[in-house]
Design a protein around this ligand. Structure first.
Ligand SMILES: [Zn+2]
Length: 462
């Protein structure tokens, strides 16, 4: 058995599709029945010429080794089919193909690359019906040459493709077999004298000869969130009233301040999202991540509901404020966003900062994942935290999502081009759902609180 490291990754799009351009053009520009019939005829002609040639296949790298007369005989069916003839003429324009001279001689008057673009577009996905048909042609040719030793039912299914057997099984088995015979085309079984397929040169030529097609940005019709915003506003107002009815002392009350504070913070963030288009952009995801973190923290505190832990949460944050104040006091330059007097007031709020313990790390000495697991909301963590964290940390997945789109020129194999500010699905409903879960905690800690954000209100009105 081969070890994993001995197996080489091969990519249909990057390495093998460009070696079968004639077939891709046929499936992309002809009716399927006609294209498959044409493949059969080309394979039969090919088998007549090449059945005795070891390592023969119909890729451009092998075709380059043939004398023109043999090449012409193999592709006589294309010359004899008006549609195929017109479409395949495009190959005559591609100078990077190893068999370029043959194609140029076969199609001296080629003018446009468009049929090639159409053919490639249908075969970009290695699972597509058209790509499978091209991959089938490679297997069918080997069978036509009598060089495939496989179970008779597989051979029969390939020969009668696509009219025999369950296509949900036949198609994957053809694709799997095609991957095996790639070794003849470009691996250890490639015959001497046959060059590697020059696919990089092909893609480079396409990049140099054709321009990017930038997808039109659909006009950003921002769905109205007016009703949701009003619902957040009224819920927030009632939440503040509920706080006031629960104030029992003018002294420090970490349970009341902590639970309401986290929830008010969440609803305020949701409110901010609802008054700007941010909910459709990367910054909306960063806010959603903060709301998730607030919710998990609240859920942890509310589930433990322990005076010491409420105090621990408060002291940690208050120590961090003191630390920020001290650092900025001794800094040569303070960030514009920091109001040092305000920071000093906050740092001294619960106790003089000189008396405060300043802790580092997570306030509960647990990471957020462990906190979420501990209080049964790992589902929230898994659903929301990882992906939104990517936007906070500038991970590639998030950067890719927010800053790029795909070029629509199929001859550029779906490369990425910048598209800053491309709208993404709104995060507002997710934020509201988490706010409502926090309101449930408030209702449990300070019974009872019934208002909830109606985040479906806008959808109902639309
Ligand atoms: Zn492009």
């Amino acid at each position: 058995m081969k070890s994993i490291s001995a197996l080489q990754w091969s990519s249909w799009l990057d390495d093998f599709l460009p070696n079968m351009l004639w077939a891709a053009i046929c499936v992309g520009n002809m009716k399927r029945d006609e294209a498959l019939q044409l493949f059969r005829e080309v394979c039969h002609c090919g088998a007549k010429v090449l059945s005795g040639t070891n390592g023969a296949q119909l890729g451009h790298n092998f075709l380059a080794t043939l004398p023109y007369e043999e090449f012409e005989e193999i592709f006589a069916p294309i010359r004899g089919n008006t549609k195929a003839n017109e479409a395949c003429a495009a190959i005559g324009l591609i100078s990077s193909l190893p068999d370029h001279l043959h194609w140029k001689r076969l199609f001296p008057d080629a003018k446009e690359l468009e049929p090639l673009a159409v053919g490639i577009a249908t075969c970009l996905d290695h699972h597509s019906q058209e790509a499978t048909d091209v991959r089938w042609a490679k297997v069918y040719f080997m069978i036509s040459c009598g060089r495939v030793h496989a179970p008779p039912n597989f051979i029969e299914e390939v020969v009668k493709y696509p009219n025999l057997g369950d296509m949900r099984k036949v198609r994957p088995s053809i694709r799997a077999f095609e991957m095996v015979i790639r070794n003849i085309e470009s691996g250890t079984e490639r015959p001497e004298g046959v060059a590697q397929p020059q696919t990089k040169q092909f893609w480079d030529e396409m990049m140099n000869k054709t321009s990017c097609i930038i997808p039109k940005r659909s006009p950003h019709e921002r769905a109205s969130v007016d009703a949701t915003r009003m619902s957040i506003q009224s819920t927030l107002s009632e939440l503040c009233d509920h706080f006031m009815t629960n104030v029992k002392t003018t002294s420090i009350d970490p349970r009341l301040d902590g639970s309401f504070g986290l929830t008010i913070n969440m609803l305020t963030l949701a409110m901010e999202l609802s008054v700007s288009p941010l909910n459709n952009f990367a910054s909306g995801r960063i806010i959603l991540r903060t709301i998730v973190e607030n919710y998990i923290t609240l859920k942890y505190l509310a589930t433990k509901d322990d005076e010491t832990i409420w105090m621990q949460y408060r002291n940690y944050g208050s120590g961090q404020t003191a630390l920020a104040f001290l650092k900025n006091t001794f800094a040569e330059e303070t960030p514009d966003s920091i109001d040092i007097e305000r920071l000093e007031m906050l740092a001294n709020e619960d106790a003089w900062l000189e008396t405060k313990d300043i802790a580092v790390g997570n306030w509960a000495k647990l990471d957020l994942r462990k906190m979420a697991t501990d209080v049964g909301v790992k589902d929230v963590y898994d659903a929301y935290y990882d992906w939104t964290s990517g936007f906070v940390h500038g991970h590639w997945g998030a950067v890719r999502d927010s800053s790029f789109t795909v070029c629509m020129n199929p001859l550029h194999r779906l490369h990425r081009i910048p598209a800053p500010g491309n709208p993404m699905p709104s995060v507002l409903s997710d934020c509201c759902k988490l706010c409502n879960r926090s309101l449930e905690e408030i209702s449990r800690l300070f019974p009872s609180f019934k208002p909830r954000i109606d985040w479906k209100a806008d959808a109902a009105e639309a």
